[in-house]
Design a protein around this ligand. Structure first.
Ligand SMILES: NC(=O)c1ccc[n+]([C@@H]2O[C@H](COP(=O)([O-])OP(=O)(O)OC[C@H]3O[C@@H](n4cnc5c(N)ncnc54)[C@H](OP(=O)(O)O)[C@@H]3O)[C@@H](O)[C@H]2O)c1
Length: 327
């Protein structure tokens, strides 16, 4: 697989990474550990060198899974993890106090079975702690060799600038896909200006863009999508037009919808690296295949025209989580 440099921090990773969250958290029951390890190692065998986890995925068990799976290739991969929630529990308030960040770093290093975190993200901006203090704490961890790069997630352009002035932000990770393009307004221009890379999460629209989900899909009772307004039965029905459009483009290109959704992201900027998540080997293979698809200017224009005829409905987070983004 081709490599990409997300920003000018020196990071270099495979053009498509692997989001590991769903193996333990968010989308129904966790995958059995040996199966999760097999999937992560298969990703590496297919050229993936960028793996995404977080303290709060599980919590804790996803970091353990990723750490164990990557031990044999540790020096050939980039491991990204995140801090930010009280007790590592994403249902609790944020806690980005310097002492808490330090404690998470130590615990994450142990769980990941490593001596350095390649990319350490602030998961959400904490209104109780100035981003300058967060950036300063990560700067200290970098000086101590425990962390290699600083990242932020779902931060506003203004917070990115403030943090970047204290410790250069290597990468921003926020939602971006064919059905959530808001980062194009302010965030992407800011990243381009500052030389910061961009890692779109939920690049497949949490599965919706692939066509595998429709209005009749019943999610497991523990699946986060049950409380996401965009995934209400009514909104899934209303957003089906987008899946149809993607299907037509995919057929024309002899590709799948998932591949077109990922290739579209790759075509936006050379410093973008999407991290699709899957628990299934055949889908991993399909998603990795998107790196070989080069959408032409005509393809991109056709997608643009088609998207203009569609209005996506439904918020992408429930109200209490919506407050935590774009701070
Ligand atoms: N920073 C943040 O706040 C944040 C938030 C959310 C996610 N993330 C990160 O971003 C990663 C990716 O995001 P995501 O998992 O939310 O969403 P995603 O990658 O857009 O979609 C994942 C969903 O799509 C399904 N899927 C994957 N490939 C498919 C294919 N080829 N065909 C059909 N269905 C497919 C998966 O189901 P199967 O498992 O059944 O294949 C899963 O339910 C996460 O793993 C996590 O590391 C970060």
């Amino acid at each position: 697989m081709q490599m990409r440099k997300p920003g000018n921090s020196g990071l270099e990773v495979s053009a498509i990474g692997l989001g590991c969250m769903g193996l333990s958290f968010g989308y129904g029951p966790a995958t059995e550990k040996s199966e999760g390890i097999k999937l992560i190692r298969s990703a590496f065998d297919q050229g993936v060198t960028f793996f995404d986890t977080a303290e709060c995925y599980g919590p804790f068990v996803n970091e353990e899974l990723v750490g164990e799976a990557l031990v044999p290739f540790r020096d050939q991969v980039v491991i990204a993890t995140k801090f930010g929630f009280q007790d590592g529990d994403s249902t609790k308030p944020l806690d980005c106090r310097p002492e808490r960040i330090r404690a998470v770093a130590e615990a994450s290093l142990k769980r990941l079975k490593t001596d350095r975190i390649d990319l350490f993200y602030q998961h959400r901006v904490d209104p109780g702690v100035p981003v300058e203090d967060v950036a300063g704490t990560v700067r200290d961890l970098i000086q101590e060799g425990k962390v290699k790069h600083f990242g932020m997630s779902e931060a506003s352009a203004q917070s990115i600038r403030r943090a970047h002035a204290v410790q250069p932000v290597a990468v921003l990770q926020s939602e971006y896909s064919l059905w959530w393009r808001e980062p194009e307004q302010k965030v992407l221009p800011t990243l381009e200006e500052l030389g910061i890379g961009f890692v779109p999460f939920s690049p497949l629209g949490k599965g919706f863009l692939t066509g595998a989900i429709d209005a009749t899909t019943a999610f497991d009772k523990t699946d986060f999508r049950n409380v996401v307004p965009r995934f209400s039965e009514e909104n899934r029905k209303a957003n089906a037009g987008l899946v149809d459009v993607l299907g037509k483009i995919a057929t024309d290109r002899d590709a799948t919808r998932a591949q077109i959704a990922l290739a579209w992201l790759l075509a936006q900027k050379p410093w973008i690296v999407p991290i699709p998540g899957t628990t299934k080997l055949h889908r991993l293979n399909e998603n990795v295949g998107a790196a070989a698809i080069d959408l032409s200017a005509d393809d991109l224009a056709a997608i643009e025209v088609a998207l203009h005829q569609i209005t996506v409905v439904g918020e992408r987070y429930p109200a209490h989580m919506q407050q935590r983004i774009d701070r």
